[in-house]
Design a protein around this ligand. Structure first.
Ligand SMILES: Nc1ncnc2c1ncn2[C@@H]1O[C@H](COP(=O)(O)OP(=O)(O)O)[C@@H](O)[C@H]1O
Ligand SMILES: N[C@@H](CCOP(=O)(O)O)C(=O)O
Length: 318
């Protein structure tokens, strides 16, 4: 008995919606940009094995891995419902660099909780799972924010409504947008990138933020892609975080001159995203970013599209 869940990379904020907007993305060439978690029959209550390209960057102790905390909170919820927890042997395939701005911790959290739930015949609702995912993201990044876990779990472009017991709902986006994701290979811890933000903002920034976010959502619903792209503007985080990203300003300037219709910091960085409406422009930009924005052999650039599905079961013997 086993189940494998794949959870894709995500773009927190999408520049214009700090903590309230996020998008799931997958490379158009079919390459893997996400974590995979397998839950199988255990001989003890819990065991964790880690494999994958970024396994060396994970905490040494299994108890410090967020997957262990996911299992603990899942057990807590089953206990509340009076449901028996099965012994599990978990394998985490860590394909996502940590502190990359690609929602790496969200990938592990979403894949682990979804796989645990599938393995136990889905005792938790989607909303209950998402609540736990937010709780886990809060533990690793310093405060609860759903803009990575929601798109990673549910797919597409998600807006965090957080009202009437609804955490997130999907916003219609533009299927012909190519998202060029450039990860330079250095680490920016989310908790640190959050700690440098101001506690208060000027009135003019609050007004600008409302106009950009409202304008973006309006443009998505009224199907105006160029207006939507013009609204992708960050007055909340980018002015304070750009100093953490070497060459970001130069790379963004190049991207816009080369034909991208918008560009910004993915999550808390250092990954930069650029939106193109033409695949050839996107591929040319990807090549330039590989040569000029990537700093070491850990870095990479992928041309992506929105991942409408989010987390998915890729193997199951239940
Ligand atoms: N499975 C995991 N995947 C990613 N990070 C993990 C995992 N388990 C524990 N961590 C810890 O959580 C923190 C995640 O850092 P963060 O900057 O939030 O990453 P990201 O922005 O890429 O999600 C790091 O301190 C990392 O060591
Ligand atoms: N809204 C968050 C998003 C963090 O994304 P990550 O991929 O860097 O974890 C923030 O901007 O702090």
């Amino acid at each position: 008995m086993s189940v494998v869940v794949y959870a894709p990379a995500s773009i927190g904020n999408v520049s214009v919606g700090f903590d309230v907007l996020g998008a799931a993305v997958s490379p158009i060439d079919g390459s893997l940009l996400g974590d995979r978690v397998e839950v199988a029959v255990g001989t003890t209550a819990f065991s964790l094995q880690c494999v994958g390209a970024f396994v060396d960057k994970l905490p040494q102790q299994a108890e410090d891995n967020i997957v262990y905390r996911c299992w603990q909170v899942f057990a807590r919820e089953l206990d509340h419902k009076g449901i028996t927890l099965l012994p599990v042997a978990i394998t985490l395939e860590k394909n996502m660099p940590i502190g990359s701005g690609l929602g790496s911790s969200a990938c592990s959290i979403v894949a682990a909780l979804d796989a645990l739930n599938q393995y136990h015949q889905q005792p938790l609702t989607s909303n209950e799972l998402l609540t736990l995912m937010g709780e886990m993201e809060g533990e690793v990044s310093g405060s609860i924010h759903y803009d990575n876990v929601a798109p990673c779990f549910l797919g597409g472009l998600q807006f965090m409504v957080q009202e009437m017991d609804i955490i997130s709902q999907e916003i219609p986006c533009f299927d012909d947008w190519y998202w060029v994701m450039a990860y330079p290979g250095i680490k920016v811890p989310t908790a640190e990138a959050r700690a440098i933000l101001p506690a208060q903002y000027r009135r003019q920034d609050v007004i600008a933020h409302g106009r950009y976010l409202g304008g973006f959502i309006h443009a998505c619903y009224s199907k105006q892609p160029l207006l939507a792209a013009k609204m992708i503007h960050d007055v909340v985080a980018e002015p304070y975080r750009e100093k953490l990203l070497p060459n970001f300003n130069q790379a963004r300037k190049y991207a816009l001159e080369a034909g991208a219709i918008a560009s910004g910091i993915s999550g808390s960085g250092p990954t930069m995203f650029s939106i193109c409406t033409n695949v050839d422009v996107a591929q040319r930009l990807a090549k330039w970013l590989t040569d000029n924005y990537v700093q070491n052999d850990q870095g990479f650039v992928h041309v992506c599209q929105l991942d409408k599905q989010g987390a998915k079961v890729t193997g199951s013997e239940l």
